[in-house]
Structures are given as structure tokens and as C-alpha cells.
Write a protein that binds this ligand. Structure first.
Ligand code: NAP
Length: 302
């Protein structure tokens, strides 16, 4: 294998250690810790496991954390009242509503009711606008793109003047990472191309990339011959392609594949992220970072 592996699992540990240390210092100097609330409506098993992991991580880094579970038949009005309560709570700096919500609730209305200064997911239109403006306007970059940029920076990959090609234009990955990489600043200053299903000659665009970021949700979409030798390949795709019995637990688990043909690509790329264990662990990590920063903004430390 010629490519250097960029492991999200290792970078996660580094960042969580840094956050833990900073939380302890702020607590000592200012008597405050970041507060995160996760609001879960119903008992969708995937949502329960995401929320549990978020709360467990928040606890690990020393946050004040609340898991607010609500019944599936809660009214939209009652859910909005709960958000209003946390918007006004001085001990809460980050509010998360786990999606999907039941059909009788308008998720856009709910997400837009979160105070933009506590919107640590970075999905509120105000924060999307701040991201577009860039620089010191940015408060909460969305967590998966923020994780991608952090991995590129920590791996020591040069972004200044680099040709970045982003495969995918979703609101949660493709669009925001494209905006972030083209901004002035650390880990950015790149020349960005975004490609999607209507793009002609997808392979030709990918071949130009010094940094290729793939978020399409199509297993093995990017072929090894589309990769420029020495390029940095960030595979965001998480695709379930089957099931196997876990050696650790003896239970059935999903077999996950990325959007890139990893085995062949790692012989050509200079840097590559694995799936699983690449971008995946970075999302919750950056959620912790955003929640810490929310308190720092409040205390005038940022
Ligand atoms: P999405 O909303 O489905 O968007 C996929 C994008 O890829 C769309 O813009 C689509 O183009 C484009 N695309 C799909 N097939 C393509 C093809 N054959 N050629 C070129 N472009 C193609 O997906 P998403 O939410 O961004 O997620 C993408 C992948 O990342 C998924 O596998 C998801 O599970 C994974 N993901 C991982 C994390 C994490 O690790 N933490 C977080 C988020 C997402 P059109 O717009 O033209 O349809």
C-alpha cells in the first residue's frame, strides 16, 4: 500500500482529549461547562443509538448533558415549547433534535426554532448564511464537513491552491464542504469543482483532483483510474452492502463500503480515508467541538 491512511478513529481521540482538557480549564477559570441537550422523539432504533453515542461522548469530555426523550405522539406545539425552554436555559449551549421526526411534525419548523447561537449541528439558515460569508462570521460549521476539513489539515495535506473536486451536492456534505474549501483561511484557499449526477465526464473531473472528496452514497463509484497519483482521497460514503457475524460480539453487523474502490485506490492515492473508521467518527467529534465553541462564544473567549 502506498497511500497514508487518514484514520478518523485516531484523530477523534486526539480532538476529544483536547476538548476534555479545555473543558476542565474553562470550568476552573469560569465555573461553567458546555451543556448539550439531545431531543429524541419516539424510539427509532437507529436514532436511539446515535443519541446514546452523542450523550456518551458529551459525558466523556466533561459536558453537562441531557437526553430529553419524548413520546412519538408529542404535538408539534409541545415540541416547540421544549425547544423554547432550552433556548432560554443558560446552562445549555447546544440543542440537537434527532431526525427523522414523526410525520405529523414539520421538521423544518422545529429545526428553525432552535436559537442559531445554540444550533451546534449548523443546519439553521442563519448558520448556513454565516458559513457562506466565511471567516469570523462562521460559528458552527456543519459537523461532517468540519470533520473532513479537520482530517485534511491534521494529515498535513496542502490545501492552498489545490484542485478540490467534491462528488455530491447535498446540503449536509457536498455543498458545505465545497464552500469551506474555497474560503480564505486555514485548510482552505482551494479551487473547487462540484460534480453530481448531471455532470458530464465525471471521471475527467476526478482525475484533476489533488483532493477528491466523495459523498455520493454509491458503493465503489470512484474507480482507481479516476484518481490522480498522490492525491488525497476522502471517502464520505457509508453504504451497507451486506451482513456478517461480528468476531467481537457474535452478533449480525452490517458490512460497510465507501464510495471509492478502496483496495485499488490505496495503491494510487497519497492519502486515503478508510470506511469504516475514516470520516464516520469525525461527525460526533465535531459536534462536541461546536458545543464547546458555543460556550466559548458566550464567555467571550472566541
Ligand atoms: P445525498 O443527499 O443522497 O446526496 C448524494 C449526492 O451525490 C447528490 O448530490 C447526487 O447527485 C450525488 N450522486 C449520487 N450518485 C452519483 C453519481 N453516480 N455520480 C455523480 N454524483 C452522484 O447523500 P449525502 O447525505 O450527502 O451522503 C452521501 C454519502 O455520505 C452517503 O453514503 C451517506 O451515508 C454518507 N454520509 C456519511 C456521514 C458520516 O460519515 N458521518 C455523514 C453524512 C453522510 P444529484 O444531486 O444530482 O442527485
Amino acid at each position: 500500500m502506498s497511500a497514508k491512511l487518514i484514520k478518523g478513529t485516531e484523530i477523534r481521540e486526539e480532538i476529544l482529549e483536547e476538548i476534555t482538557k479545555e473543558v476542565a480549564e474553562i470550568k476552573e477559570k469560569h465555573g461553567k461547562v458546555p451543556g448539550l441537550v439531545t431531543i429524541l422523539v419516539g424510539e427509532n432504533p437507529a436514532s436511539v443509538s446515535y443519541v446514546t453515542l452523542k450523550i456518551k461522548t458529551a459525558h466523556r469530555v466533561g459536558f453537562h448533558e441531557i437526553q430529553d426523550n419524548q413520546p412519538p405522539d408529542i404535538s408539534e406545539e409541545d415540541l416547540l415549547a421544549i425547544i423554547d425552554k432550552y433556548n432560554k436555559d443558560d446552562d445549555i449551549h447546544g440543542i440537537l433534535v434527532q431526525l427523522p421526526l414523526p410525520k405529523h411534525i414539520d421538521d423544518k419548523k422545529v429545526l428553525n426554532a432552535i436559537d442559531p447561537d445554540k444550533d451546534v449541528d449548523g443546519f439553521h439558515p442563519v448558520n448556513v448564511g454565516r458559513l457562506m460569508i466565511g471567516g469570523s462570521e462562521v460559528k458552527f460549521p456543519p459537523c461532517t464537513p468540519a470533520g473532513i476539513q479537520e482530517m485534511i489539515v491534521r494529515a498535513g495535506v496542502e490545501t492552498e491552491g489545490a484542485e478540490v473536486v467534491v462528488v455530491g451536492r447535498s446540503n449536509i456534505v457536498g455543498k458545505p464542504i465545497a464552500v469551506m474549501m474555497m474560503q480564505k483561511g486555514r485548510g482552505a484557499n482551494s479551487t473547487v469543482t462540484v460534480v453530481h449526477t448531471r455532470t458530464k465526464n465525471l471521471d475527467e473531473h476526478c482525475k484533476r483532483a489533488d483532493i477528491l472528496i466523495v459523498a455520493a452514497g454509491v458503493p465503489g463509484l470512484v474507480k482507481p483510474e479516476w484518481i490522480k497519483p498522490g492525491a488525497c482521497v476522502i471517502d464520505v460514503g457509508v453504504n451497507r452492502v451486506g451482513e456478517k457475524i461480528s468476531e467481537k460480539t457474535g452478533k449480525k453487523v452490517a458490512i460497510l463500503r465507501g464510495d471509492v474502490d478502496f483496495e485499488a485506490a490505496k495503491e494510487i492515492a497519497g492519502y486515503i480515508t478508510p470506511v469504516p473508521g475514516g470520516v464516520g467518527p469525525m461527525t460526533i467529534t465535531m459536534l462536541m467541538k461546536n458545543t464547546l465553541n458555543s460556550l466559548k462564544f458566550k464567555l467571550g473567549l472566541m
